[in-house]
Design a protein around this ligand. Structure first.
Ligand code: MG
Ligand code: MG
Length: 255
């Protein structure tokens, strides 16, 4: 069931999103070679707590294997859900960060992919095109149109570059819970409801240098490309109004 949000709820989600983007702006300069990803996780946890929020992903998931971090950090062939660890970021890594904040019961969700130092031209292009895919999807997210328009826009832009689009994971409704209906797929298939005002959606293309196939590592969380080629991930939380669409999270590094 798709939960439509009223103005007050959208305002709460907007505040949560702005806080999350503010966190990212301070975090990004810290993402560089030599840093352990667990250090970044601790920093994020403290920042969110100090700001009066709760890390929305910490403890999320099945009771026997809840996500142990406050932020997902996925490097190179890791697509999403990377667990913070003693692993050090290396020069040239493509580092995908995905975080959510619960601020007074309102949930935000945003992901960015950071280039640690100088990455290969292929990695840089993948990163740029993945971000373009996100904005192509957002442009297609309009009240009155059908949901799969988003997937067609995302997939079209990725395939034009010869990239693979991850199809086993997708975006989602968000705002009152971490994951809500509807699923916002990046490859057109499945239900195709009409988009309406009051929908709050997390759009999040995951684009691979090779095929779109992925697998989950033994930790039960980390999603990697099946061919172990690079992947990038960008995400915004957006709100649909009858006459316009608003990106609730702020752009990070888009200049
Ligand atoms: Mg996310
Ligand atoms: Mg999400």
């Amino acid at each position: 069931m798709i939960r439509l949000k009223n103005e007050k709820q959208i305002d709460g989600i907007r505040k949560s999103c702005k806080l999350l983007s503010a966190m990212y702006r301070e975090l990004l300069p810290l993402v560089k070679s030599g840093v352990e990803t667990i250090e970044l996780d601790r920093w994020v946890h403290n920042w969110i707590k100090k700001a009066g929020g709760k890390p929305a992903f910490l403890g999320y998931g099945p009771r026997k294997n809840p996500f142990p971090g406050s932020i997902c950090i996925s490097i190179n062939d890791e697509v999403i859900h990377g667990i913070p660890s003693k692993r050090k970021i290396a020069e040239g890594d493509l580092v995908s960060l995905d975080c959510g904040i619960d601020l007074d019961g309102y949930i935000s969700d945003q992901a960015v992919t950071v280039e640690a130092g100088k990455v290969s031209p292929a990695a840089h292009k993948l990163n740029i095109v993945t971000r373009e895919c996100l904005y192509a999807g957002i442009k297609a997210a309009r009240a009155g149109d059908r949901l799969l328009q988003i997937a067609r826009a995302v997939q079209g832009h990725a395939l034009a570059q010869g990239y693979g689009v991850v199809h086993q994971f997708c975006g989602h409704g968000v705002g009152l819970e971490v994951h809500e209906d509807p699923q916002v797929v990046n490859v057109p298939h499945g239900p195709n409801p009409r988009m309406t005002g009051g929908m709050v959606l997390a759009l999040e293309p995951m684009i691979n240098l090779g095929t779109g196939d992925v697998e989950i590592l033994e930790d039960g969380w980390t999603v990697v490309t099946a061919d172990r080629k690079l992947s990038a991930h960008w995400e915004h939380t957006i709100a649909l109004f009858p006459d316009h669409t608003e990106i609730l999270s702020d752009p990070i590094m888009e200049a």
